[in-house]
Design a protein around this ligand. Structure first.
Ligand code: URP
Ligand code: ZN
Ligand code: ZN
Ligand code: ZN
Length: 491
């Protein structure tokens, strides 16, 4: 046989194994993995010599906001499906799961899903799927969960904060019960919205408007309480949840205790909680707005260390970017500096929440050299695939089963250390919150379904707009409800 692509001389890393293997690809699939030298006589259209670099499954970013309105104020995210997926592929992410946002004023989820399909169709550089963002769990919306599954969508997100989207506990129970019936994974943004509103009013009374007060208005307690409440609601309905973007060590320890009790509680964290602290919000002028996201960067590096520890010990199932870019200085694309007649120096509560990060997630984390390599693959690729029903087509390197979605990194020590700058990136945002970080790695090659889509030294972005495809998803392959399917609420 003649292969289409061989990847030789690499150190292959998956979530379970590390070793000197070589990979043969035919069409879009991985068809053979053998020990070093095992493809010596094989014929192929193209051969990539990894020169001892790590060869890993392509990144899966399961928390991405594209072409979304901000949760308050005007404009939209700086990236749409084209620019967001372009940025993704240039950083080694080959699959993304973005949000299809249903508004509170809308009754149906299917219209939202179809409208989001239309935004993504023919413009993506990478494979994609959607989480339904449920703003209104009406009877009609709940009745559509079954159809979502039939249309290849097996997850949704709900909010415990933000006036525009916040659900009360009864609505959350409605969503969890129907999710259980349809084997859907529910993602929860766990912050107590009323606490945040109350703190915001306290700060306003004292005329404290600077960006750093965004952090003050989102105290750890608001996240800790909501996390524990979400876990309690999930246990009551006996259905898995994933707590998104966890930032607070005490919230992580509630999660860990629930996991130790055998509950199907999953958790996500993001690079901003590994690398940023409240000092990044407390900058001269309005600069701190660049790091305004929710939850906010926390108190100190000791908090970041605890979040790293939570990745290492398995508390965090996945590491996503929460890419939610708004331009620092652009009136059209939303603006991090919403200055008005009333607030000539701005007001933290009008800063759109979120940071860009789809392109930097993998390289930043790998460059930090703080995670075991198998764990790195697990949290950035394999677990997102398992939790959201893409495994083993995505997130693994399994002969005959996995798509040939592969990252080849520089051999350790081969890359000159460099400082990250926004100019290097391919998003449509005018800053990165990680400007100036010292980096040791970047993907050298990225392959998506057998095609080389990124070659850092051979033209950079080689992928094409529209090559990315909708990835239909099934049920999670991680542990689900503890009881039988026929289980009903305790009456
Ligand atoms: O600040 C954030 N995270 N913005 C994005 C919206 C969300 O809650 O994930
Ligand atoms: Zn449909
Ligand atoms: Zn959120
Ligand atoms: Zn988000």
């Amino acid at each position: 046989t003649r292969y289409d692509l061989l990847i030789i001389n690499g150190v292959v890393v998956t979530d379970t194994e590390i070793g000197e293997y070589e990979i043969a690809i035919k069409g879009e699939k991985i068809v053979k993995i053998v020990g070093r030298g095992g493809l010596k006589d094989a014929k192929a259209v193209k051969i990539i010599d990894a020169e001892g670099g790590y060869v890993m499954p392509g990144g899966i970013d399961a928390h991405v906001h594209l072409d979304e309105p901000p949760l308050f104020g005007k404009g939209s995210t700086a990236d749409n499906y084209e620019t967001g997926s372009r940025s993704a592929v240039c950083g080694g992410t080959t699959t993304m799961v973005t949000f299809a946002p249903q508004k509170k004023s809308e009754d149906t989820l299917l219209d939202t899903l179809h409208a989001t399909h239309a935004k993504a169709k023919d413009v993506c550089y990478i494979d994609y799927s959607f989480h339904l963002l449920v703003g209104n769990p009406s009877d009609k919306a709940l009745s559509e969960f079954k159809t979502l599954r039939e249309e290849g969508v097996s997850s949704l997100k709900i909010y415990m904060t933000y006036e525009a989207l916040q659900l009360h506990d009864g609505q959350i129970l409605d969503v969890l019960l129907e999710s259980r019936k349809q084997q859907i994974t529910t993602m929860v943004h766990a912050e107590n919205g009323q606490v945040i509103d109350w703190m915001t009013a306290q700060l306003e009374k004292r005329k404290m408007f600077a960006p750093k007060y965004h952090g003050t208005s989102h105290p750890p307690m608001a996240e800790i309480e909501a996390t524990y409440r979400a876990i309690s609601l999930s246990e009551f309905i006996d259905t898995p949840i994933l707590i998104v973007h966890v930032s607070t060590p005490a919230a992580a320890s509630h999660i860990k205790q629930a996991q130790d009790r055998g509950l199907p509680i999953y958790a996500e964290t993001c690079p901003q909680y590994l690398f940023l602290t409240k000092d990044d919000l407390d900058q001269p002028g309005f600069e701190g707005a660049k790091c305004v996201c929710s939850p906010p960067p926390r108190e100190s590096e000791a908090d970041c260390d605890d979040i790293w520890e939570g990745l290492a010990n398995g508390t965090f199932t996945i590491l996503s970017s929460d890419h939610c870019p708004f331009r620092y200085n652009d009136n059209v694309k939303g603006k991090k500096t919403p200055i008005s007649a009333e607030y000539p120096l701005g007001h933290f509560k009008y800063i759109p929440n979120g940071c860009p990060g789809i392109e930097t997630r993998l390289a930043l984390t790998l460059s930090a050299d703080r995670l075991d390599l198998k764990k790195f693959v697990e949290v950035t690729s394999s677990n997102p695939a398992k939790l959201y029903g893409l495994w083993p087509k995505k997130g693994g390197l399994i002969e005959g089963e996995s798509d040939a979605d592969i990252n080849i990194w520089y051999p350790p020590g081969k890359m000159q250390e460099y400082a990250l700058t926004n100019e290097m990136l391919h998003h449509d945002c005018d800053y990165t919150p990680f400007e100036g970080r010292i980096m040791k790695q970047w993907p050298r090659y990225t392959v998506l379904r057998g095609k080389v889509v990124w070659d850092k030294e051979g033209g950079g972005l080689l992928g094409e707009k529209g090559y990315g495809r909708f990835a239909e998803r099934g049920a999670s392959s991680l542990a689900g409800p503890r009881n039988e399917r026929e289980w009903d609420i305790p009456l």
